[in-house]
Design a binder for this molecule. Sequence first.
Ligand code: PEP
Ligand code: MN
Length: 292
Amino acid sequence: MQQIQQGQFAAGQRLALRERRPQGTRVALPGVELGGRSFVVMAGPCAVESAAQIEAAAAAVAREGCAVLRGGAFKPRTSPYAFQGLGAPGVQLLLDAARRHGLAAVTEVMDAAELPAFDGVALLQVGARNMQNFTLLKALSHLRRPVLLKRGPSATVDEWLLAAEYLLAGGNDQVVLCERGIRTFETATRNTLDLSAVVLAKQRTHLPVVVDPSHATGRRELVTPLTLAAAAAGADGLLVEVHASPDEALCDGAQALLPEDLADLMARLPAVLEAVGRDLWRATPRRRALAR
Ligand code: PEP
Ligand code: MN
């Protein structure tokens, strides 16, 4: 407690503190805004694998009225022998599919030197493993582009918020925080979703906070219940993995929702959101046109 008071939220110079901007920060992407009244769903495969695979995912994501297509092209894999992603051509496939369906795109950037490949990407993702890559954070802090900052698997809330501070300190306040599960003693799930961190981050900062229940659990059957819990707890949105044929996925198939699971999730979210004074962002033709 002592440590929290000293290090964490008392430091007056911190730019991310809620009192700096009590009304909250809204992060605008083409056609959609994070941090407003509406809960925003960002969905798609773990990785872009092929043109056909990302097209099938984009079609499903658009059909359910989601705002943003996800899909990694530069993949931070634990094993060097695992699929590493398609790189720059993968970003292009993601952008092409997103454009065809009027979706904004989010994908991970691991190295600032690769930023030229990310032109047109609406939301630049800093992965959990890079949360404290301060060189990368400083480079992104000099851009005026939205950044999604994932919490590191072993990072405290304070370390996470200080990582965000690097982005703000360099002049980029277009920052979205993402809780994606932390490493605990529990082995029944891939990680442990820390919903208290979501509430804390919302209370202590003015930044939008979204939840990734896919990497938090590693298990498809837990994704929908935890999404509903996150929505009830005040999250501003969702980053979720969806794959049209998860058994064939090159990574994270076990945690990917099927398109029909996404449909079910989108049908169940509004009641929970209404109970906490929010609504679900759904596409309209006008919103789709803005994202193209
Ligand atoms: C991802 O979302 O693609 C990802 C790699 O997740 P994380 O960085 O949270 O492990
Ligand atoms: Mn994944």
